[in-house]
Design a protein around this ligand. Structure first.
Ligand SMILES: [Zn+2]
Length: 123
């Protein structure tokens, strides 16, 4: 089994509903996102999936979140825009973005909302 990981970031605002604490108020984060994919087979040149392709896919997914107010996005109408839900959303969108590469599975997505706090979704 081989795994590769790329990272990227985006900036966005959010406001947690039903949460008693600082995150109840409108504020922003510079979110750091790591995506790991895995697969069994390398291509003839020893590559699981080209890093540049994986970075491009992640960048495309994050474009939809960057400089947004997350609470206004349709996905977050019924869910709180927590790091956990962001990790799951990015996981699903990365799986969709990489559907043309059946030998590669999205393994996990980690979202850092600060340099000391992160959430991961994995399958
Ligand atoms: Zn927050």
């Amino acid at each position: 089994m081989f795994r590769i990981t790329v990272a990227d970031r985006f900036a966005a605002a959010h406001q947690l509903r039903g949460y008693k604490g600082q995150c109840e108020r409108l504020h922003g984060h510079n979110w750091q996102v790591e995506v790991t994919v895995e697969g069994e087979e390398l291509s003839g040149n020893g590559i699981l999936l080209d890093f540049s392709l994986l970075k491009k896919a992640l960048s495309g997914v994050l474009k939809g979140l960057d400089h947004s107010f997350l609470n206004e996005l349709s996905y977050f109408q019924e869910r709180n825009p927590t790091s956990e839900h962001l990790a799951y959303l990015i996981f699903c969108e990365m799986r969709q973005a990489l559907r043309a590469y059946p030998g590669v599975r999205v393994r996990e997505v980690t979202v850092w909302e600060s340099d000391r706090a992160r959430a991961t979704y994995l399958e």
